[in-house]
Design a protein around this ligand. Structure first.
Ligand code: ADP
Ligand code: MG
Length: 407
């Protein structure tokens, strides 16, 4: 059986017009001889009637303190509804189709409500549906514990569902349909001349996703990569080729002339970070102690720079109060800058190329953007800046590396 996974994101299932487009994509792969397993997100985005946030607000109107178990039950509803609607749409066109929940699809998770980890996938149900010649429409983002509690898979959960089913069913490819022309050189909502990236490796897209581009979730990339299934990211609105993600490095690909000196592939950002500077003049033991205490309190730190007499690190903004409480408890003096953004330049080819950091710093300072901290790994350079500088910073780096000339 040649299987393809087709995942349709929020906007792709939100309107009858887009659902019609989704149906055309499904029929197209069936015509090409594939069995297709469809995965759907909830319909629409924040503020829209059936979006997941809207459903949660309904529950919070009763009481803000919702038990995680019940919260996950409600969070999962949007996708359930969406799968039934898509199945009905297909059936109305004469295609035999069944809505399948995450639990029917056999996605077994741990009990980590809100961000559950998949332990195994029992594929019998889906295989059966496929053998009967029906099109399964799986509700993304959902799982179930071994003891029967409904769980959700966290941010980008439908991407994860698509990837894990691709792996479990040995699919030939995983197609992710969204509202942009694939992975772009920057978030197209910020950079109007951002261009689509035609081909990219798993490791590069993992970094791009991990550093904030929400077009695909890093966990989904990780799963596709370990089972070496090509990922295709495409626009539901048109027939543009989209982005293909495979293990092959871009260096081995025939590249067009404008592409050959591509050092940076994409500029990404995350907002809502906090920078904390701690005076640690008593040295290494004090520094170790702070790191241990943060870890004990499940506060993960991001960019970190350690000096003989001080330590600077960033954390997620919503953990600021918790981190400060830990510091206060232990009499550590600290300086805090809230509302920061981390902006990153990602590119496999920057490895060993001198001067990239200096180009980044120059471009930012030329735009009068203050750099609060930096970090540098083999394919990512990140700078911490003030949140208000996010848009000019993304634009400045996109210009500096001429990413609008990508193709
Ligand atoms: P879906 O509901 O289809 O999963 P998402 O909202 O999760 O869609 O992801 C698509 C969005 O990701 C786009 O609308 C775009 O604004 C954003 N995005 C951020 N960075 C990038 C990037 N580098 N390339 C493409 N899209 C990006
Ligand atoms: Mg998404």
């Amino acid at each position: 059986m040649r299987i393809v996974i087709q995942k349709f994101g929020g906007t792709s299932v939100a309107s009858p017009e887009n659902r019609e487009r989704a149906v055309q994509k499904i029929i197209h792969s069936i015509m090409n001889g594939f069995k297709t397993v469809v995965v759907v997100s909830a319909m629409g985005r924040r503020g829209e009637p059936y979006a997941t946030d809207t459903l949660l607000e309904l529950l919070q109107q009763v009481h803000m303190d919702v038990h995680p178990r019940e919260k996950d039950m409600v969070l999962s509803l949007g996708e359930t509804l969406s799968s039934a609607i898509m199945a009905n749409t297909l059936r109305s066109k004469g295609y035999d189709s069944v809505a399948v929940t995450g639990w029917q699809a056999g996605i077994i998770t741990d009990r980590n409500y809100g961000n559950a980890n998949i332990l195994e996938v029992k594929t019998e149900y889906l295989t059966d549906v496929l053998k009967q010649g029906k099109i399964p429409i799986v509700a993304g983002f959902q799982g179930i514990t071994e003891t029967g509690e409904i769980t959700t898979l966290g941010r980008g959960g439908s991407d994860t569902t698509a990837a894990i089913l691709g792996e479990a069913l040995n699919a030939e490819s995983i197609e992710i349909y969204t509202d942009v022309d694939g992975i772009m050189t920057a978030d197209p909502r910020i950079v109007s001349n951002a261009s689509p990236i035609r081909q990219i490796s798993y490791s590069e897209i993992f970094q791009i996703a991990d550093q904030g581009a929400k077009v695909i979730h890093p966990r989904a990339v990780e799963i596709a990569s370990r089972s070496d299934i090509p990922l295709l990211i495409k626009n539901i609105m048109n027939d543009s080729p989209g982005t293909i993600v495979t293990a092959r490095s871009i260096k081995k690909q025939p590249v067009r002339s404008s592409n050959t000196d591509r050092i940076i592939t994409s500029i990404t950002y995350v907002t809502g970070r906090t920078q904390i500077t701690i005076d640690t003049s008593q040295g290494i033991e004090e520094q170790n102690d702070i790191l241990l205490r943060l870890a004990d309190n499940h506060i993960s730190i991001d960019i970190i720079n350690i000096f003989p007499d001080k330590m600077i690190f960033t954390i997620e903004g919503n953990l600021t109060d918790k981190a400060l409480a830990v510091m206060k408890e232990n009499n550590y003096k600290c300086k805090v800058i809230e509302k920061c953004s981390k902006i990153s330049a990602v590119g496999e080819r920057m490895r060993g190329v001198p001067g990239v950091m200096s180009r980044i710093i120059n471009a930012l300072t030329a735009g009068k953007i203050e750099v609060l901290q930096t970090s540098d790994s083999h394919m990512t350079i990140s700078c911490l800046i003030k949140e208000e500088d996010t848009i000019p910073a993304v634009l400045a780096l996109h210009e500096e590396f001429k990413l609008y000339m990508h193709e």
